[in-house]
Write a protein that binds this ligand. Structure first.
Ligand code: CAA
Length: 253
């Protein structure tokens, strides 16, 4: 249901269930989480790209799998909780959204750190049209990205938006021609992977803090993290290389 490829220091995870528009069933999420565990445990991996196959990134949670579940069953299993694994990934993740990113698919993209989209990609939270609501962070992350007014309209109407509209709203980082999408995502992933891994991790953590802790505490944490980069050889090397007008050689320590 997924395929995993390696391109130098980048892991590429492709959702490969095109017949169901990469609907996010339990098996697919289990495989995705195993790949993320592998990436996090492998010091050679510096960044991850997640993309889809066929005409979808992912068209949401698997409606066929969910249809007959009862409230008691999903509450007992805390259905959707395993999806949060992606949001807890310490390594940077780029979503390369090639097509439909709807419902849980849009939510999966929003758990990533950067969203690149092809011109043909479509985003939306259509859960309301099937009698439910976003359940994988959609109301929270979408509102944080685009603001209350736009999140309300999208979640309350289920309206689908184009990649360009999503970019204008701040949901999408950049939009590319379909044929350039993966190449651009990989170029950015390679760029990030060449930097000091502990510094990359600290920047990701500090930015994610914005949504989770009050500003004053986030500013203090950021400053302490900044101070702690001075304990790294990589920080000294980076600054030295700049002043010596040469490329830095980072050793992740
Ligand atoms: N779950 C299961 N199967 C899905 C699916 C989904 N989310 N989305 C598409 N499929 C299946 C279709 O049933 C169809 O299967 P068959 O060929 O066996 O009939 C196949 O994928 C192709 O889909 P369509 O024929 O519908 O393709 P289309 O091009 O006409 O339409 C679409 C594309 C607009 C994306 C449409 O498929 C669609 O609306 N999908 C559902 C989107 C949705 O409601 N997502 C939210 C799910 S709920 C959720 O995600 C909850 C949460 O927050 C966690």
């Amino acid at each position: 249901m997924i395929s995993v490829d390696f391109n130098d220091r980048v892991m590429i995870i492709t959702l490969t269930r095109p017949d169901a528009l990469n609907a996010l069933c339990k098996k697919l999420i289990t495989q995705l989480n195993a790949a993320l565990d592998q990436a996090e445990n492998d010091t050679r991996i510096g960044a991850i790209v997640v993309t889809g196959s066929g005409k979808a990134f992912a068209a949401g949670a698997d409606i066929a799998e969910m249809k007959n579940l009862t409230f008691a069953e999903i509450a007992e299993k805390d259905f959707i909780q395993p999806w949060e694994r992606l949001a807890r990934c310490h390594k940077p993740v780029i979503a390369a959204v090639n097509g439909f990113a709807l419902g849980g698919g849009c939510e999966l993209a929003m758990m990533c750190d950067i969203i690149y989209a092809s011109e043909t990609a479509k985003f939306g939270q259509p859960e309301i049209t099937i009698g439910t609501m976003p359940g994988a962070g959609g109301t929270q992350r979408l509102t944080a990205l685009v603001g209350k007014a736009k999140a309300m309209e999208l979640c309350l109407t289920g309206r689908m938006i184009t990649a360009l509209e999503a970019e204008a709203m701040g949901l999408v980082t950049r939009v590319f021609k379909a044929e350039d999408l993966l190449k651009e995502a990989l170029a950015t992933a390679h760029k990030i992977a060449q930097f000091s891994a502990p510094v990359v991790r600290m920047i990701k953590e500090a930015i994610n803090d914005v949504a989770e802790v009050p500003l004053i505490s986030g500013i203090k944490t950021e400053r302490r993290m900044f101070h702690s980069t001075f304990a790294l050889e990589d920080r000294k090397e980076g600054m030295s290389a700049f002043l010596e007008k040469r490329a830095a050689v980072f050793k992740n320590r």
